[in-house]
Design a protein around this ligand. Sequence first.
Ligand SMILES: [Cu+2]
Length: 108
Amino acid sequence: MKIMNVLISIVVLILIFNAQTFGQSDKTDSDVDQQKTKQVKLKITGMTCGGCANHIHRALSETKGVVDMEVKYPGDSAIITYKPNEIKFEEIIRTIEKSGYKAKKLKS
Ligand SMILES: [Cu+2]
């Protein structure tokens, strides 16, 4: 029974240690937030209702490196703010295509 207690303490210690390292990496993430972002305008095709816009919005908001997004329906366009050091423009396009729509860059 004593061994069980020791084991549990070790597991708890490991958990606390991991939580702290995660906390630290969060800090460095917010440092990255200070870095410059890029904004791109996209023409999106294939949206047929507001739900489609929500669908794309959700896919993008779950994508690392995408800071802000505005998907317009009607209007069939999107304005994406992203961190070029975390995500490539092509990956954003691919994310939208994976959701079932087509996207291409609009001249700004
Ligand atoms: Cu729809």
